[in-house]
Design a protein around this ligand. Structure first.
Ligand code: AMP
Ligand code: MG
Length: 403
């Protein structure tokens, strides 16, 4: 019998970070950056105005009422020629480059000028004083040449794509997305669109597990439902092999039931070990490989399948993606007493946040077959190995679903 940490450590040794591929920036949202991004430019590349107004020498605008000669006009996108001398100004638009000689911009609101007048005024009267640097965005204010802007391992977000665009990085090196093949097994399973008949249930794991895989940004190949026959399980696994999956996940058929055929099929195609892991829900877990593809056999009960995915499969997929496989937990305070059997227990809990604390109570039915216990849950409260009694007011780690 392994504890959770031992089992996970063994599983993780079978996974490596996947290779990088070039991706068009437009397609890179949510992908994991494979390289550091070092800027080869300053951003902005030139000092520019942050307001529509007049570029001046600050020394000339110390006293309200001063009148300056307007010697030029700098729309955005133009580059100014000439230089602003003493007693002079140039009209400037937001984002336009600062002309030489000027060190301050007086917003149009602080002048007698008009923002959009088609003819350039000959003079402008300044109504508010200004100082050096007012309304000027210096070169490199955002990013400096040589600066590492994004680090390898970063999951790219919207703002990151904008920065990469600003730096002229139209193709970005990201980790290839893992391909995860997902199989449900069991003679009792029906497809979602089949009518219920006695003795049968609809396949739920065939929807929960793909959703969990997609949520972390990996690719799913749905293998569908394999019947409890060696031939059918084998045929489904062949599909995973030809799709060049990076991981095969199955659910059910790994306990000691008489019809559990997954074991013998995988033994013939690769190797498999059956592990008793000291956790609840989800004790039986199979791990091995099918023609070199790592294989993880999750329990069949829908809650157990989802929890063991979270505990074992998710870190493996994250590792392939070049991401931190460690689970991020917060701390919650129990508002009721709870009992465990000494196995590490993942309680489905609802949380309430008050005064900066997270308070947790269990969802109604903690049975591993009751999937609504997860529908109603905000997270998994982790009762450590060896603990049987959890009084109200105990602080425990919680894995929140929204992070
Ligand atoms: P097993 O591991 O095959 O003994 O299955 C354990 C329990 O999970 C049984 O009650 C199965 O009917 C149920 N089960 C197995 N696979 C699924 C599935 N894909 N969707 C919903 N329930 C399932
Ligand atoms: Mg079964």
């Amino acid at each position: 019998m392994y504890n959770v940490d031992e089992a996970l450590a063994r599983i993780l040794t079978a996974f490596e970070r996947l290779p990088a591929q070039k991706m068009a920036l437009d397609e890179a949202l949510g992908r994991v950056l494979a390289e550091d991004i070092v800027s080869d430019v300053d951003l902005p590349p030139f000092a520019n105005s942050s307001m529509d107004g007049f570029a001046v020498r600050a020394a000339d605008v110390q006293t309200p009422g001063v009148q300056l000669a307007v010697i030029g006009d700098i729309p955005a996108g133009a580059f100014p020629s000439g230089q602003v001398g003493a007693g002079q100004a140039m009209r400037i638009m937001t984002g336009a480059p600062m002309p030489e000689g000027a060190d301050s911009v007086v917003p149009v609101e602080n002048t007698d000028g008009e923002r959009m007048s088609p003819t350039l005024p000959k003079t402008v009267r300044i109504t508010e004083s200004g100082k050096v640097g007012d309304n000027v965005r210096p070169t490199g204010e955002d990013i400096q040449r040589g600066q590492t802007v994004l680090h390898a391992g970063r999951v790219l977000r919207a703002a990151d794509l904008g920065v990469l665009a600003g730096l002229g990085v139209g193709w970005v090196s990201v980790i290839r997305r893992p391909i995860v093949a997902i199989l449900s097994t069991g003679d009792e399973l029906l497809n979602v669109d089949e009518p219920l008949v006695p003795g049968k249930i609809r396949d739920m794991n065939g929807y929960t597990i793909p959703a969990l895989v997609r949520q972390i940004g990996a690719q799913v190949i749905r293998l569908g439902i394999a019947r409890d026959t060696e031939q059918d399980v084998r045929a489904h696994l062949e599909k995973a092999i030809s799709a060049k999956a990076d991981l095969i996940l199955s659910s059910a058929g790994v306990s000691v039931g008489a019809f559990d055929v997954v074991k013998s099929v995988i033994e013939s195609m690769g190797e498999i070990g059956f592990w008793k892991v000291n956790l609840r829900p989800g004790k039986p877990l199979a791990f091995g490989q099918v023609q070199g593809i790592p294989f993880l056999g999750l329990p069949g009960n829908p809650v157990s399948a989802m929890v063991t995915f979270d505990v074992f499969a998710r870190p493996a997929i994250l590792k392939m993606m070049g991401r931190d496989p460690n689970v991020q937990t917060a701390e919650a305070i129990t508002v009721e007493s709870m009992r465990s059997d000494g196995r590490r227990t993942y309680m489905r809990v609802m949380v309430e946040r008050r005064d900066g604390q997270i308070y947790a109570r269990t969802t109604r039915n903690q049975s591993s077959g009751v999937l609504t216990s997860l529908v109603n849950a905000d997270g998994l409260l982790i009762v450590p190995d060896g603990v049987t009694d959890v009084p109200a007011g105990t602080r425990l780690p919680i894995r929140l679903f929204d992070v």
